[in-house]
Design a protein around this ligand. Structure first.
Ligand SMILES: NC(=O)C1=CN([C@@H]2O[C@H](COP(=O)(O)OP(=O)(O)OC[C@H]3O[C@@H](n4cnc5c(N)ncnc54)[C@H](O)[C@@H]3O)[C@@H](O)[C@H]2O)C=CC1
Length: 424
């Protein structure tokens, strides 16, 4: 999922990531209207929920351990659903709590978020009965830390909010289960290092795997069971069903290091369903500017392939950056495609080595090009790069609702009306 104008539902994924890997979505909980039913929270209930979060905020560091302590003591079997190491899980819970405060008055995005979250939770083995247990323990946790500030009205507001979320998740998961598996086994058919700590990994799934170029996929490895990370396919769906990923082994990153240094052809990973909205909007006819850095080139490359497959004729301007020329992985394919398709133009920049003639810093090239004010903008790469590119394009006149990016970064795009200058 990506964000557009609003702090979308996708904020619940990991916006900050200590491992610099993509991580699974957190537990649900925001308040939302149910699918066409009566569970809209009142303004008073929203205020109560937000006030209660303010009260528990000083205890935010202790909250996850308490919650899971309650959950595992009341429902010991729930422990089997989680990985042995609970550190990631702790982060997810806190983030989800903070998310509630942001999104509690945005039913449209919340329903969508909950539905995606419910579908995505199928890979954890989540069952309907688990939702009630989690809700009960969540409320017990909030009540514990709120102390005397916890009232019956607050408990009612949280119960209604949580019930709505759980129902939306559960309904979406049930509908999804009727259509496809919860997980796909995917055998590694190709594994190639293309730089220090970098690998291109191609898998083939045991059953057809539907996705659109630009989306991301959660992956579990045999070395770290129950820990899932997100990676983006670097290709649009292929006739032979193979999917290629670009992985950088980051310091302390368990999954990324296993994938780069341990995995080999024949190993089997598991994939959850594809998620994300960083796909070409079929209703838009605007030209497209894409900025990609490092392994973030993967979904952009897939997006371009998808456009070619679908016969999209919108002009696409790609700006691709990496530390070294070697790490501009996939650039050759993109350049090849740009020779085949008149609508595609690719510019590359290298930041950490003597740049080949014509190259320079990615964002300088972007700034010198344009204007971009009539384009849709797709960003993928390290957070600071995306933030800088977002600011640059925002100042150049691209409004926030025309930015497409995965939900791991918060963009801070300036108001184009206030700052747009001629030519940008
Ligand atoms: N592996 C995957 O499937 C995907 C990964 N990502 C994300 O992409 C990122 C890629 O990380 P790395 O490969 O380590 O990238 P990196 O750290 O090697 O950076 C790549 C390039 O981005 C540009 N850049 C970096 N910081 C910048 C800044 N502050 N201002 C302007 N330009 C800047 C530079 O050209 C740099 O060489 C990670 O955060 C990852 O989560 C995103 C989508 C898919």
């Amino acid at each position: 999922m990506m964000f557009r104008a609003n702090p979308s539902v996708d904020d619940a994924f990991m916006p900050e990531n200590p491992e610099n890997e993509w991580q699974p979505s957190p537990e649900p909980m925001p308040a939302a209207e149910r699918h066409g039913t009566d569970a809209v929270l009142s303004a008073h209930e929203i205020a109560l929920i937000r006030a209660s979060v303010t009260v528990v905020a000083p205890h935010v560091a202790e909250l996850p351990a308490y919650f899971y302590g309650v959950l595992f003591s009341r429902y010991p079997h729930a422990r089997d659903l989680f990985p042995p190491e609970m550190d990631v899980q702790h982060d997810r819970l806190v983030r989800a709590l903070l998310l509630i405060v942001d999104l509690v008055d945005d039913p449209k995005h919340l329903v969508r978020f909950c539905s995606d979250l419910g579908r995505d939770h199928r890979k954890f083995g989540t069952q309907s009965a688990h939702y009630a247990a989690v809700g009960e323990c969540l409320l017990a946790t909030l009540a514990h830390f709120a102390g005397p500030a916890w009232t019956e009205d607050i408990a009612t507001a949280w119960t209604r909010a949580y019930t709505a979320v759980a129902q939306a998740m559960d309904q979406a998961a049930a509908a999804d289960a009727a259509e496809r598996p919860a997980v796909w086994n995917a055998q590694i058919v190709h594994h190639r290092a293309y730089g220090p700590g970098l690998a291109e990994i191609t898998v083939r799934t045991d059953q057809p795997y539907a996705y659109t170029g630009g989306q991301f996929v959660s992956m579990e490895t045999p070395w770290w069971p129950k820990i899932w990370r997100y990676f983006s396919p670097a290709n649009a769906p292929r006739p032979d069903g193979t999917i290629t990923f670009h992985v950088r082994a980051v310091p302390g990153g368990r999954i990324s290091n296993a994938l780069v240094h341990q995995a080999s052809v024949g190993d089997v990973v598991r994939l959850g369903l594809a998620l994300g909205d960083m796909v070409l909007d079929p209703t838009s006819t605007r030209d497209v500017v894409c900025v990609a850095g490092g392994t973030g080139i993967a979904p952009i490359r897939a997006l371009v392939e998808q456009a070619a497959l679908d016969g999209v004729q919108r002009r696409m301007e790609l700006f691709v950056g990496a530390r070294t020329a070697n790490e501009l992985h996939g650039l050759d394919d993109l350049l090849h495609m740009s020779r085949q398709h008149r609508w595609l133009n690719v510019r590359a920049a290298v930041s950490d080595e003597d740049a080949p003639a014509g190259s320079s810093h990615l964002l300088r090239v972007l700034a010198e090009s344009g204007p971009w004010r009539h384009h849709d903008a797709y960003l993928s790469g390290p957070g600071p790069m995306m933030t800088a590119a977002g600011r640059l394009l925002g100042r150049g006149g691209v409004p926030l609702e025309r930015f497409y990016y995965d939900p791991f970064v918060q963009l801070d795009v300036p108001d184009p009306g206030a700052t747009a200058g001629p030519g940008h």
